[in-house]
Design a binder for this molecule. Structure first.
Ligand code: PEP
Ligand code: MG
Length: 755
């Protein structure tokens, strides 16, 4: 019977001697492969290392032709070695040549070997190379042998990561560790940031990989597991988390994993191969990460994060605290890289040194994205495995506009981004010059420009942009970034602070727009088939008025003896508006009885974002004090195209004939009854789209602070009357065009309107 000679423990101890010997890196690798081949009774043992260009280079071999070392390379996905690297899974074959991926390299002389066992060299779930053994005879490799080979692969991974092999690369090639990576994710916050990586959760450094005494290591592992379980049980039992809803589910799942026998058994098995307890935790987690990263199921990916958390807890117990940078003491030009992050953690970082944010999770509507946008920090989310692909201090570029990151960029890439950043800065300077100039079109039409906001950190943007006020204050943001439901007093404190910061400028507070994609972590989640069409916003407010009433009270108290503007979201019928106004009047009467001064001026308006309201325009424009068009939702409902679904979100053009006619109807109806109307959806912050809206007759917009400059530059160059004439004609006879975008762009080009 074949099998490992002397067991894995003996092998590891001998490997350790080789690692400690003062010999050259190549000699070290050469000795390691001899030892591994001998211990596993294989005729061949070879190490392939991932290069910067994604190919795998033979770095050392026992058994194959030595001349092939640093000459033979396999492209990504090519041959069995390439297959292992791309799948990140071990592969054991008793007849390798029969495998469809087998690729024969004459210089290696491997044609005589039938059986093959290869494992990925993994670190943090990222592939760094491949370790292979081969035998002449047809042979079935045991699980134990695969396990031993994986354990030795971990040592190789640490050698590669420590930089010991850099000097060995073939001329002109360099090791994959330093390779530039172009990561693609989704844009969370616009802007370009260049800097160096700061890991939000620094890795626990494991220096001691090989056990002196396996029994002691098993004991250490057991003790750490016991400690971890106790702390999680305590977390679950503690009274300060909500006892219902998703929060509790998450913790329960966490507890389930902490007691998961399969996971714990894997770690024990690995300790028994001769690794220290911490090295075993790291190895099992790296394998799990590599496997799960290749899953597309969001549920499984979520579970990976639970396991990552647990593994980190174990590592911290075993090794002590990781050495990170204190959040308030960031180095210059820091780009924070994290798996996920709460909004509060982002606010802890020193703003003046923070140049960007990269997350493995976090969609554009996540709370962290909202806060990053408010702070003006370029941010990219959904970058797979980002934390494992970088080392602290690596050069990195965040392109929040394109939703991309460049890790360890080549000089030409870096220069291109530097140019891009410079260009943006120059434009910002030009926009800043416009700040003091009036917001009027060339032919004298005054246009009101306000900003959208939702957090107190947004407030300095009023001054910075010289906006005339806040046209949309999304009150749900306070609820979304909080750990618990904000009390009425907390709400009132925020609204007062906002009104104070805005000084005399108007602020339009939108009542809670929750439900749909806006989920509050501490509230019980109602499962709905179509949440965007479900129980949300004003619908919740009318059905469960306690929340709405508390908010209205907070607003009325903050707005006592001041101007107060309240806006209701997702109103579908005039009747909903009437009912909400009754609730408001009741609260107002109650507060007045308590001696609270009424607002100096109270305006109550509605968001126009549900198409049904377009068919009640005579009523709603007469009864509401103002309308504000939420084009984000209005377009999604008008076209029945989910704004969060990448496949359809951009399918229909808001500059299409149908959408523009709908928007024209609203502004015409409003002007007939003298009802004020503005646009607060994103359409109103894009220069070409805003130009079209001015052409339709709109004169007020509320947009993200960053849009004010470009929109102002556009409108100051625009002859609104001429555009209206042109658009009347375009809309009357579109001549087969479904979108007017090309004609509008041509108009802008003809009259030199910057869009
Ligand atoms: C909109 O729908 O256009 C809008 C401004 O509101 P929100 O994006 O918050 O839904
Ligand atoms: Mg909306």
């Amino acid at each position: 019977m074949r099998g490992a000679l002397g067991g894995p423990g003996v092998l590891l101890r001998r490997l350790r001697e080789v690692m400690a010997a003062s010999i050259s890196p190549q000699e070290r690798l050469d000795r390691l492969v001899v030892l591994i081949a001998g211990n596993l009774v294989a005729e061949v043992c070879s190490v392939y290392v991932l290069r910067e260009d994604g190919s795998l280079e033979l770095y050392a071999t026992e058994g194959l032709n030595r001349e092939a070392v640093h000459l033979t390379t396999m492209r990504a996905g090519e041959g069995l070695v390439g297959l292992i690297a791309s799948e990140a899974e071990p592969l054991a074959l008793s007849d390798a040549q029969a495998h469809p991926s087998f690729s024969y390299r004459p210089e290696t002389g491997e044609e005589v070997y039938r059986s093959f066992l290869g494992v990925p060299i993994l670190r943090g779930g990222a592939v760094m190379g491949v370790l292979v053994i081969q035998n002449r005879a047809s042979r079935i490799y045991s699980d134990e042998e695969t396990e031993t080979l994986q354990t030795t692969a971990m040592l190789m991974a640490e050698m590669i990561a420590a930089g010991g092999l850099k000097s060995l690369a073939a001329p002109g090639a360099s090791i994959g560790l330093d390779r530039p990576i172009h990561g693609v994710g989704v844009s969370l916050a616009d802007g370009v940031g260049l800097g160096h990586v700061v890991l939000h959760e620094p890795r626990v450094a494991i220096t001691n990989l090989i056990a002196e005494n396996p029994a002691t290591e098993v004991g250490r592992l057991e003790a750490a597991i016991g400690e971890m379980r106790a702390s999680i049980d305590e977390l679950v039992e503690r009274g300060d988390v909500a006892h219902t809803g998703e929060h509790r589910d998450v913790l329960e799942t966490f507890r389930m994993f902490a007691h998961d026998q399969g996971w714990l058994r894997r770690m024990r098995e690995v300790v028994l191969t001769g690794l220290t307890a911490e090295a075993a935790v790291e190895r099992v987690q790296s394998d799990t990460r590599a496997k799960m990263l290749r899953q597309t199921d969001p549920y499984l990916r979520e579970r990976l994060h639970d396991l990552d958390d647990l593994a980190n807890r174990l590592l911290r117990t075993l090794v002590g605290k990781a050495n990170g940078v204190p959040r308030e003491k960031l180095p210059e030009n820091a780009i924070v890289v994290a798996r996920s992050m709460g909004p509060a953690a982002l606010l802890d970082y020193d703003r003046s040194h923070l140049r960007g944010l990269v997350l493995e999770e976090g969609g554009p509507t996540s709370h962290i994205a909202i806060v990053a946008r408010a702070l003006g920090i370029p941010a990219v989310g959904e970058v797979a495995n980002a934390t494992a692909l970088v080392e602290a201090g690596d050069a990195i570029i965040v392109d929040g506009q394109a939703g991309e990151v460049q890790i360890r960029p080549q000089p030409d890439v870096e220069n291109a981004y530097k140019d891009k950043a410079r260009l943006r800065a120059r434009k910002q300077k030009q926009y800043a010059k416009l700040k003091e100039l009036p917001s009027v079109t060339k032919d004298g039409a005054a246009i009101t420009l306000q900003i959208n906001a939702g957090l107190i950190v947004d407030m300095p943007n009023i001054e910075a942009t010289a906006a005339s006020g806040i046209g949309l204050f999304r009150t749900e943001l306070q609820f979304m970034v909080a750990q618990h439901m904000p009390t009425t007093a907390e709400q009132q404190a925020l609204y007062t602070a906002v009104l104070d910061a805005a000084e005399d400028r108007p602020v339009t507070f939108r009542t809670l727009d929750i439900g749909g994609d806006k989920v509050l972590p501490y509230m019980e989640r109602v499962e709905e088939e179509n949440p965007a069409l479900g129980w949300r916003a004003i619908r919740i407010g009318l059905d469960k008025p306690r929340l709405l009433r508390a908010q209205l009270r907070a607003l009325l108290r903050a707005g006592a003896a001041r101007d107060l503007r309240i806006m209701l979201p997702m109103v579908a019928t005039t009747d909903e508006f009437r009912r909400a106004r009754v609730i408001l009047r009741r609260e107002q009467a109650m507060l007045e009885k308590q001696g609270v001064a009424p607002p100096r001026l109270l305006k109550v308006g509605v968001m126009v974002e549900v198409p049904s309201l377009l068919f009640e325009l005579p009523e709603i424009t007469r009864e509401a004090d103002f309308l504000s068009i939420g084009t984000n939702d209005l377009m999604q409902f008008l076209f029945a195209a989910d704004r969060e679904n990448k496949r359809v979100a951009d399918r229909f053009d808001p500059l299409g004939v149908g959408a523009l006619r709908a928007l024209r109807r609203i502004v015409e109806a409003a002007s007939e009854t003298g009802c004020a109307v503005t646009v607060c959806g994103e359409m109103g912050g894009k220069p070409l789209e805003t130009m079209a809206l001015i052409g339709l007759g709109y004169r007020g917009f509320s947009m993200s602070a960053a849009s004010i400059g470009p929109v102002k530059a556009m409108l100051r160059a625009l002859d609104a009357r001429k555009l209206t004439e042109r658009m009347d004609w375009m809309l009357a006879s579109p001549e087969g065009a479904t979108s007017l975008r090309p004609q509008l762009a041509a108009f802008a080009a003809e009259f030199k309107v910057p869009v």
